[in-house]
Design a protein around this ligand. Structure first.
Ligand SMILES: Cc1cc2nc3c(=O)[nH]c(=O)nc-3n(C[C@H](O)[C@H](O)[C@H](O)COP(=O)(O)OP(=O)(O)OC[C@H]3O[C@@H](n4cnc5c(N)ncnc54)[C@H](O)[C@@H]3O)c2cc1C
Length: 396
């Protein structure tokens, strides 16, 4: 594969880069977003998405008729790459833009598309994803939330957990069992639920990072109009697969850029922080670990290209997406752990005394654990790789 941009791709890259240079106040964003109070972070991110939307950069891959840019896969990858390179924060409505919106575009009726899509792009309405439950995470098909028909409505009861952004969301893509007699993956329906409905109780869950980015949700007799079903009744599993296929998308490509930036920052830190009285970078063990991370991040970059080639050729994401996500999340865990080791005992405290740099590293180290769980745990990804890449026997 030729890794160089074609003239059209180079022009597109320049357009993204110029726009980001003109519109992103990096220093302000970095400080406000990574260490500021949570409410301020949400407001800033909402404003940032508004800016992206005005510039025509929200929903890069969405069709033009629904307010997107209608860009191809390569342009999408370039866009994410440039966002990562410029350290631009992701838009607040990640679930709306990357999962709910694309699923509505594929399975929605025209009136649903008109009602929901433009407000996803502008971040006027934030979305969350109510899939996981206490007994249904990796095995999502085991979900037990129920929806029972009552005239023109369905009445939903159940509990969801890990629901990112539910505390600020207006809408939720929600899976509920509508036919308890049907086999596990059948009898599930995909609903679009108004989070302001009576009976929705959202309780933030505080993570070890100190922030509460996700929640548990309790639904008690929540009435949802029948017209808010997405796709067909009892066909929710198929609709949910569209959402999950979009979850990793072309993001893998940007993750390798993010990881490269983090490694370069770590190398710069290792030149400053001391170990046994000398700059840490002079320690052969530290150098070896940095070398190993370099190899992993290069492998991640090339895997990103392979994944992209597969999708461009076949239209279907291959198992490379799982390889990339596994490699990225596990490497970032090792990378941030090394950063914490370089900081020594200072890295262990939760009182960072105004050292924003240490605060960011410590946050990244603690948050990296979550990356190995969300969007498929490392164990589940290893199962996929074992079965679909290595051709080992199925685990069940
Ligand atoms: C930061 C974060 C954000 C999230 N946001 C959302 C969200 O917005 N909406 C949403 O619906 N969900 C969300 N999730 C939930 C996420 O999808 C689940 O946590 C994930 O699917 C794992 O499910 P579980 O937590 O129930 O663990 P389980 O599935 O119970 O797994 C427990 C352990 O067993 C292992 N395991 C399970 N099955 C197997 C197997 N077959 N073989 C080998 N090992 C196995 C797992 O790897 C894990 O180590 C989020 C999670 C995180 C961490």
């Amino acid at each position: 594969m030729d890794f160089r941009d074609t003239p059209e791709e180079a022009a597109f890259r320049k357009e993204v880069r110029d726009w980001l240079d003109a519109n992103l106040d990096r220093a302000q964003m970095q400080t406000q977003l990574s260490v500021g109070p949570p409410e301020e972070r949400i407001d800033n991110l909402r404003a940032w998405q508004g800016k992206l939307h005005e510039g025509g950069w929200a929903g890069v891959s969405w069709p033009k008729e629904y307010g997107g840019r209608g860009a191809g896969l390569m342009e999408q990858a370039i866009f994410y790459q440039e966002m990562a390179r410029s350290k631009a924060p992701a838009p607040i409505n990640v679930i709306g833009l990357g999962m709910a919106g694309p699923t509505i575009i594929v399975h929605g009726r025209e009136d649903q598309k008109q009602r929901y899509l433009s407000k996803i792009l502008s971040a006027e309405e934030i979305w969350c994803q109510g899939f996981s439950e206490p007994g249904a995470g990796s095995d999502l098909g085991a979900l037990r939330s129920s929806a029972v028909q009552d005239g023109d409505h369905y009445v939903i009861n159940g509990q969801k957990v890990w629901t990112t952004l539910a505390h600020v969301a207006k809408w939720c893509i929600f899976l509920a069992r509508t036919d308890p007699e049907a086999p596990k993956h059948k009898g599930i329906t995909y609903f679009l639920v108004d989070m302001e409905s009576p009976g929705v109780d959202v309780r933030p869950l505080k993570q070890m990072t100190g922030t509460a980015e996700f929640n548990e949700m309790f639904f008690t007799d929540v009435r949802v109009p029948r017209e808010n079903i997405l796709g067909d009744l009892n066909d929710g599993w198929r609709v949910a697969m569209t959402t999950l296929m979009n979850e990793r998308g072309t993001l893998g490509f940007a993750l390798s850029v993010q990881a490269r930036i983090a490694l370069d920052e770590l190398i710069a830190k290792a030149k400053v922080l001391k170990r046994n009285g000398k700059p840490a970078i002079e320690d052969p063990v530290i150098r070896q670990r940095i070398g190993q991370l370099h190899v992993e991040i290069e492998a991640l970059r090339l895997t990103g290209y392979r994944a992209l080639s597969t999708v461009i050729k076949t239209g279907i994401p291959g198992p490379e997406g799982s390889l990339g996500k596994l490699l990225w999340s596990e490497s970032m865990k090792r990378l941030t752990d090394l950063a914490m080791e370089l900081y020594g005992p200072a890295g262990l405290t939760t009182e960072w005394k105004g050292d924003d740099d240490l605060k960011r590293w410590a946050f990244a180290a603690l948050r990296s654990r979550g990356n190995t769980i969300e969007a498929g745990t490392s164990e589940i990804l290893r199962n996929i790789i074992a079965e679909r890449v290595l051709g080992l026997p199925r685990h069940r």
